[in-house]
Design a protein around this ligand. Structure first.
Ligand code: SF4
Ligand code: SF4
Length: 261
């Protein structure tokens, strides 16, 4: 089983990860001519982050509820207090990713963070409460990946730009803050199936259901924000997710991420 990861580091047993600074370079190119082309899109343990799900369900023109039901399963999170959402591989001997076609990745422009970051892995850490998240990168060498034998080289910074990683990293960092809060077991003894965790799961992973919940409960009108911000939240999934993260930190952790009216 191959593991692609981001935010957390799970390189897998057959891989070697070498830490890299932003200005350091690595040799790599993935293209249709490599002998391993698309072999890496099989038998994956691929964790999806909240922003990945938004991008994929919009690319596939389906709701987040449909996306979760059709393509995912629950998996172990990075701590015991909140589950991860894993992409299901197709059930067959080769177990390809459900988005893999003969011509390549059918969701390429909206592929998940881990796929667009590869062959790099990104980890984040925080030095103490209130400190800013710090990210670090490693380049991962899997024995099957021949992209490292190609002559092209990139710095980490160039790779981030080329793969358009900034918006994914930004959203994943916000998610990392929320998940770090969940790691403190804020469920007040309710456990996994309790209403608080169900609510948090909806906000983080089932954004269309959260949008309906916001409308039904007039949620945004309960907090101070200007009209433009309210409009952005109403129209833009990423803005709604940011609001949802702040709302969870506020209602579950009593944090001052939102100001009640
Ligand atoms: S989403 Fe695309 S790049 Fe990622 S594993 Fe699936 S087919 Fe491969
Ligand atoms: S070069 Fe690496 S990333 Fe590209 S197809 Fe081959 S195994 Fe996958």
């Amino acid at each position: 089983m191959v593991t692609r990861s981001e935010v957390t580091t799970e390189t897998g047993p057959d891989a070697q990860a070498i830490p890299l600074q932003e200005r350091e370079s690595f040799q790599f190119r993935c293209h249709q001519g490599v002998s391993c082309y698309l072999t890496c899109c099989h038998k994956l343990e691929l964790r999806l982050y909240p922003y990945d799900i938004i991008c994929l369900k919009n690319k596939l023109s389906c709701s987040s509820t449909e996306f979760l039901e059709r393509y995912t399963r629950l998996g172990a999170g990075v701590h015991p207090y909140f589950p991860a959402v894993m992409l299901n591989m197709v059930v067959s001997e080769e177990a390809p990713c459900p988005f893999l076609r003969e011509s390549g990745c059918s969701v390429y422009t909206d592929r998940p963070s881990a796929c667009r970051t590869y062959p790099l892995e990104r980890g984040v850490e925080k030095e103490g409460v209130g400190a800013k998240l710090k990210s670090h990168y490693s380049v991962v060498h899997h024995s099957y990946c021949k992209g490292h034998d190609e002559e092209n080289s990139y710095t980490v910074r160039q790779w981030k730009r080329e793969q358009r990683l900034d918006s994914f990293n930004l959203m994943n960092d916000l998610w990392a803050e929320v998940d770090a809060f969940f790691a403190g077991d804020p469920w007040q003894g309710e456990g996994h199936a309790g209403p608080r965790q169900q609510l948090a799961f909806m906000v983080c992973y089932n954004l269309d259901a959260f949008r309906a919940y916001c409308i039904e409960n007039k949620l945004t009108s309960r907090y101070r924000m200007d009209r433009d911000q309210r409009r952005r939240i109403e129209r833009d999934d990423a803005e709604l997710l940011k609001f949802g993260f702040n709302w969870l930190l506020h209602v579950l952790g009593n944090k001052r991420t939102l100001t009640p009216r």
